[in-house]
Design a protein around this ligand. Structure first.
Ligand SMILES: C[S@@+](CC[C@H](N)C(=O)[O-])C[C@H]1O[C@@H](n2cnc3c(N)ncnc32)[C@H](O)[C@@H]1O
Length: 194
């Protein structure tokens, strides 16, 4: 697959960036989990020039990520690492933050659990994990649209929308320091390693 385009990335990247300006202002090296098309990486690396942004995803997505990077190369933007929870071991790069968007509801439940556990185990003290996407609160959907989306995810064989309480239970070693409401019934969850 060559260069792919995601409409949702196009729509959510500016609101996410506005939060990352603040959250990542003193960060140096970010690992992105599930870079997808590569759009977010190119956009965030351009606007957060002080950060080394490392992309990662399944090998099948690398051609698209590389195509976006080749079109907008930057010294702080790094070619993809082959990494999926449950498939490869945690990338051996130093990082002080992890970012992921719209991956938690796509991966299987046991992989979402593994993600929270692995990041908690590997992030340095004070490190941040910014996790964007739809999440449930206290066992409830936050919108009718999210309920319908979750049915669609189940039909597609995806793990589905996770509850923030469930993530919190899995994330021993991470503290949920911010729960930011984002457009279209999404959240940006900010976890910090303690
Ligand atoms: C809906 S796409 C989101 C891509 C991109 N982050 C975005 O916001 O457009 C879901 C992504 O989750 C990734 N993914 C699925 N299972 C995963 C796993 N077990 N570990 C890491 N990433 C996974 C997929 O490869 C895909 O890139």
């Amino acid at each position: 697959m060559t260069k792919q385009f995601s409409g949702s990335c196009e729509r959510n990247q500016q609101p996410i960036l506005e939060q990352l300006f603040r959250l990542f202002k003193d960060r140096q090296r970010v690992l992105e989990i599930g870079s997808g098309t590569g759009q977010h990486a190119v956009f965030f690396a351009k606007h957060l020039a002080h950060i080394n942004w490392h992309t990662s995803d399944a090998k099948t997505n690398h051609a698209s990520i590389n195509a976006w990077i080749e079109e907008s190369p930057s010294q702080n933007l790094h070619s993809p690492i082959e990494f999926l929870f449950g498939e490869q071991s945690w990338p051996a790069i130093e990082m002080d933050a992890v970012f992921t968007a719209n991956t938690t509801h796509i991966m299987q439940k046991h992989h979402a659990k593994l993600m929270m556990e692995t990041i908690a185990a590997n992030l340095q003290k004070g490190g941040l994990f910014c996790q964007y996407g739809p999440f449930n609160i206290d066992g409830k959907y936050t919108s009718e649209g999210n309920r319908e989306f979750d049915l669609h995810l189940a039909n597609e064989g995806c793990g589905g929308i996770r509850d923030i309480n469930e993530l919190t239970q899995w994330a021993t070693g991470l503290r949920l320091v911010e729960k930011i409401s984002m457009p279209a019934n999404n959240f940006l969850l900010v976890w910090q390693r303690y």
